[in-house]
Design a protein around this ligand. Sequence first.
Ligand code: MG
Length: 171
Amino acid sequence: MRVGQGYDSHRFERSRPLVLGGVRISDENGLSGHSDGDAVVHAIIDALLGATGLGSIGGRFPDTDPEWEGADSLDLLERTMRWVEERNYQVVNVDVTVIAERPRIAPHAAAMSEVLSRYLHISPVSVSIKGKSNEGMGWIGRSEGLAVSAVALLDQIGDIDALHASIRAGG
Ligand code: MG
């Protein structure tokens, strides 16, 4: 078993859509960033990379590389999962805290878990998404941006092909 943790923060940018955990929450008041600014997915990617010793999102998907300009963060998660599974790891569970004054996370948490679980190849109940306000304090309190903290637990397995066969068989 290996544990990894990830952290990300992004500034709000009025003219961009807000995408969190792969779910489009609104057409405006999104997050700045080279990709779509999905800080939930970015924190999960860093947790996965940390658990497997594969470095960091900044090293793997540099924001100086035009390939990732406007990238769908779920595509980055898909690539990350390919690297994780190539090393015979499977995700056990992921736990995420979004620290923000807005939007409220609870109404979107189930949808995020559902989307993310498909990429992480686990059940939605193993993808926990929680929201926390910052009680009005500091830059988060002033709604200048939001922060995300994530942990991921991974299990190394013997034979990834056998695992995939058992998943296909409903095991
Ligand atoms: Mg980021």
